[in-house]
Design a protein. Structure first.
Length: 477
């Protein structure tokens, strides 16, 4: 891919202001697969200037013009979806089956959902004698992570384009090649020059100048809570809007009337998917204390059915985690669980047997975890499950809510009304009942230190709009 050491600014692939590059590592082999250019503040200035100039005309385009543009992007994306999946698998380690079934399709899915929102959205309404107009927010800075890379890019870019905004994207430098491919797709689809711009780099060199830039009207960030706090601090002096989708430590409540074998086995697999690298992963499984041993046996058996291996091999359930840094963090937290007295049911430190290279982690289940242990408090971002006992429904809710985070919750019960009642008590932005999957039309985002604002569907679209009230618009005379 010839554009890997260039940036996409004002409709062209241009040379960066610096000569700095970074090796992109295949986590399955620990070997470089290419280099990406690392930008600086001069590149940010150039890209923001292009977006600001383009906003003058793009913000005035009609709904019909934006609908046609989204339809063109969807068509071009569809032509290259297999390529997108292959790139994602290679640079962040997702099994090809997952990359083809979920990672790559998630990008086109957000564009399709946004297209339907745009077709049906009313940008103007009357309230009394005033006229209310919803207008594009302006120049948007977008910072995205490596774990579901194209998903996070598309769920920001699609509504920003639909709303009439222009933007500068900084994807993760750990898995940047899918974003370069995405920029090529947008170019081929006819996105006007300056509307979408792409710069690669790290947080201090590109993320901070983008967040603090006076000509950026909004920042949309997905990543760790620590990094999200830095984005908000950098954005504060210019009082720009900041939307954040951050960390999670989601509770999964298995109520005592649930089918334990079905629910626990299903959710162990769900927790391990993408090697546990999902901010909404159900990593704290809450079970009745009296049935801890039963639940642990089911979870252990399920985890031992998860096949860890080469992302290219058929039958692989999970591949490696993304980097040496993540691997070491997960190993240290598994050891912390052992040291703090949780019972290790399966897994543990080190690579799975037979895997001597690559950042592979053993699917790990701890039972008899208490909610004050480190493995119950910190986001591990690996295939590590903590089984925590509770006494009754109220105790389960208390434990579930005893966290800094509030992104997702999971509840399993044979009684739908009981599950719904508990769902209303969980302080999270999303709650999944009896294994329900995510929904592209439903808002995605969190309470507390899991962030603010919402993505996906109409709620995500409205994040990119400003509201103007024109008083006296409908006054008589």
């Amino acid at each position: 891919m010839s554009n890997r050491t260039k940036f996409y600014i004002n409709g062209e692939w241009v040379e960066p202001s610096t000569s700095d590059t970074l090796d992109v590592i295949n986590p399955a082999t620990e070997q470089p697969i290419g280099q990406v250019a690392m930008g600086g503040s001069a590149d940010v200035d150039k890209a923001v200037a292009a977006a600001k100039a383009a906003f003058e005309t793009y913000s005035q385009t009609s709904k019909e013009e934006r609908i046609a543009l989204l339809e063109s992007i969807i068509a071009k994306y569809g032509e290259r979806m297999g390529e997108v999946a292959g790139v994602i698998s290679e640079e962040m380690g997702a099994p090809l089956a997952l990359a083809n079934a979920a990672q790559a399709p998630s990008g086109i899915g957000h564009f399709m959902t946004t297209l339907e929102v745009l077709k049906n959205f009313e940008f103007e309404e009357d309230i009394g004698t005033s006229h209310i107009v919803k207008e594009p927010a302006g120049v948007c800075g977008l910072i995205t992570p490596w774990n579901w890379p194209i998903n996070q890019i598309a769920c920001k870019v699609a509504p920003a384009l639909a709303a009439g905004c222009t933007m500068v994207l900084k994807p993760s430098e750990v898995a940047p090649f899918n974003a370069i491919l995405f920029a090529e797709i947008l170019h081929d689809a006819g996105v006007p020059a300056g509307v979408f711009n792409l710069i690669n780099g790290d947080g201090p060199s590109v993320g901070a100048p983008l967040s603090s830039h006076p000509d950026v009207d909004m920042m949309s960030f997905t990543g760790s809570t620590r990094a999200g706090i830095e984005v908000a601090k950098n954005a504060a002096p210019t009082v720009k809007r900041v939307a954040q989708e951050l960390g999670g430590k989601s509770a999964n409540i298995i109520l005592d009337d649930a089918d334990f074998s079905k629910s626990i086995s299903r959710d162990v697999f769900g927790m391990c998917m993408n090697s546990g690298q999902s901010c909404n992963a159900p990593t704290r499984m809450l079970v009745p204390s009296a049935r801890m041993d039963e639940a642990a046996a089911i979870a252990k058996a399920a985890a031992e059915q998860v096949k860890v291996g080469d992302p290219k091999e058929e039958g692989t359930t999970i591949g490696p985690v993304v980097s040496a840094t993540q691997f070491e963090k997960i190993q240290n937290l598994i050891q912390k669980g052992i040291d703090e007295g949780a019972k290790l049911e399966t897994g543990g430190t080190g690579r799975p047997d037979g895997l001597n290279a690559g950042y592979y982690v053993r699917p790990t289940v701890f039972s008899n975890v208490t909610n004050d242990m480190t493995i119950a408090r910190e986001e591990i971002f690996g295939p590590v499950l903590s089984l925590i006992g509770y006494e009754d429904d109220d105790d389960a809710v208390r434990i579930a809510n005893d966290t800094l985070y509030g992104l997702s919750g999971y509840i399993s019960s044979a009684d739908p009304e009981r599950a719904k009642k508990v769902a209303r008590l969980i302080r999270t932005g999303n709650v999944h009942l009896n294994g329900a999957p995510v929904d592209n039309q439903a808002p995605f985002g969190g309470y507390k230190q899991s962030g603010n604002g919402r993505e996906w569907g109409q709620h995500g679209f409205e994040e990119f709009l400003e509201v103007k009230a024109i008083m006296g618009y409908n006054a008589a005379g």
